[in-house]
Design a protein around this ligand. Structure first.
Ligand SMILES: NC(=O)c1ccc[n+]([C@@H]2O[C@H](COP(=O)([O-])OP(=O)(O)OC[C@H]3O[C@@H](n4cnc5c(N)ncnc54)[C@H](O)[C@@H]3O)[C@@H](O)[C@H]2O)c1
Ligand SMILES: [Zn+2]
Ligand SMILES: [Zn+2]
Length: 397
């Protein structure tokens, strides 16, 4: 089959690799029809080389049609339409039964001290072959795949694999009080969806922050108040306090993660800076060329005393310096983690059935053949061509 494989920093290719097989009685093989490209994939593209091997199959946001099931699978049949969660979770252990699927005790990668294994995500998470491929082996055939109805296009359901539950968890963890305010840092796919879910769940004041014009426009177009980091990077805290009665936001979601400085912002800043005269470029570099912990530090600044920070952006460092003194003094509540995908599906699925209140049908900015993956990764990383969310389609030529 054809699959998107990792070959090195900023080097992904589409290779011919062996088809997956049923290795365990409860496995299923899914023929992939749509598979998302995620900000988490960009961390592998840019930073996580030491944790990858050449040829690793990427991707963790797939859906498709069941092709084959092992003899131990009783609930799933060939032909079923399924979305595959990015966590490899058994659904039956103590953690899964407690709604903590990202901590599944059956698949925890204990050798690395990590939680549940993830599809297509480094040795830290089990080096499980990923879903940017024509076929995917899915363990726990009875309890892991989410069966979805026939009818609407893949766009309606594919985000159940990651974007929807991740954003849903971020908003739930943010726990905004009635009539309260929420700042969402980062308006990539995750942050954008957080603003949609927050508004759908009735959060009164939703403020989005980013520095990519198309991303700011997209959120603004759906009624979110946006702040452009290019214009207000330095005084972001004051701007937010000005909008929240002087106190700061009741909750802040960090939907940026560890590359707040590294490549997305750095690359973007450099690209924009390259196009500008020096006098304009220098101050821009100072606002955009922020520290990699910039989003988290901003969150601590923007949240009101006694407020909640909900982190969905992924951080990698084991010893990142944190303003612990301020965090303690401000009495902040901090919640975070990989999304427990399966846990939130029953709450989200009803929103995907009739109407489309979250706008998932038009969420993807790009739909491309699987073969175009190298180009899609490069464009997404550089935030060019208005790309926010891309679905790769193995069936598209
Ligand atoms: N917790 C989970 O289960 C989970 C699941 C999916 C993705 N993620 C993580 O969520 C994060 C976002 O994912 P995405 O797909 O939206 O990626 P993305 O890279 O497209 O989005 C990040 C956005 O943050 C913006 N940004 C950068 N620095 C900023 C700053 N200092 N302040 C405000 N905005 C800033 C960027 O311009 C970009 O639009 C990534 O770290 C990803 O790994 C976590
Ligand atoms: Zn993802
Ligand atoms: Zn489990």
């Amino acid at each position: 089959m054809r699959a998107v494989t990792w070959h090195g920093k900023r080097d992904v290719r589409v290779d011919t690799v062996p088809d997956p097989t049923i290795d365990d009685a409860t496995d299923a093989i899914v023929r992939i029809t749509s598979t998302g490209l995620c900000g988490s994939d960009l961390h592998l593209y840019e930073l996580f080389g030491p944790l990858m091997d050449e040829g690793d199959i990427l991707g963790h946001e797939p859906m498709g049609v069941v092709e084959e099931v092992g003899p131990g699978v009783t609930q799933l049949r060939p032909g079923d339409r399924v979305v595959v969660p990015f966590n490899v979770s058994c659904g039956t252990c103590w953690m899964c039964s407690s709604g903590l699927h990202s901590q599944c005790e059956t698949t925890q990668v204990r050798s690395e001290g990590s939680g549940a294994a993830l599809f297509g995500y480094t040795k830290l998470y089990g080096q499980v072959p990923g879903g940017q491929a024509e076929y995917l082996r899915v363990p726990f055939g009875d309890t892991l795949p989410i069966v979805v109805p026939e009818g609407p296009p893949d766009d309606r359901f594919v985000y159940l694999s990651d974007v929807l539950p991740t954003a849903w968890q971020a908003v739930r963890y943010a726990d905004v009080p009635e009539g309260g305010s929420l700042v969402v840092l980062g308006l990539g796919p995750i942050g954008d969806m957080c603003t949609r879910i927050a508004r759908h769940l009735g959060v009164a004041d939703v403020i989005g922050v980013d520095l990519v014009p198309e991303r700011l426009d997209r959120a603004r177009g759906r009624g979110v108040q946006v702040i452009d980091l290019n214009a207000h990077g330095r005084e972001l805290g004051d701007v937010v306090r000005g909008l929240t009665g002087g106190r700061g936001a009741d909750a802040v979601i960090d939907a940026v993660g560890m590359e707040a400085h590294g490549s997305p912002v750095g690359a973007l800043a450099h690209r924009m800076v390259g196009l500008l005269p020096d006098a304009l470029a220098a101050p821009l570099m100072k606002t955009a060329g922020v520290d990699r912990m910039a989003a988290l530090h901003a969150a601590i600044d923007l949240v009101r005393r006694g407020g909640t920070i909900s982190i969905s952006g992924v951080y990698g460092g084991a010893a990142d310096p944190m303003p612990l003194l301020t965090m303690f003094d401000k009495q902040i509540q901090l919640r975070m983690g990989q999304a427990n995908v399966r846990r939130w599906v029953p709450e989200i699925l009803p929103l995907l059935v009739d109407d489309d209140p979250l706008g998932v049908d038009g969420f993807a900015t790009h739909r491309m053949p699987l073969e175009s993956a190298p180009e899609a990764y490069a464009t997404f990383q550089r935030k060019q061509d208005g790309m926010v969310k891309t679905l790769l389609k193995p069936g598209l030529r």
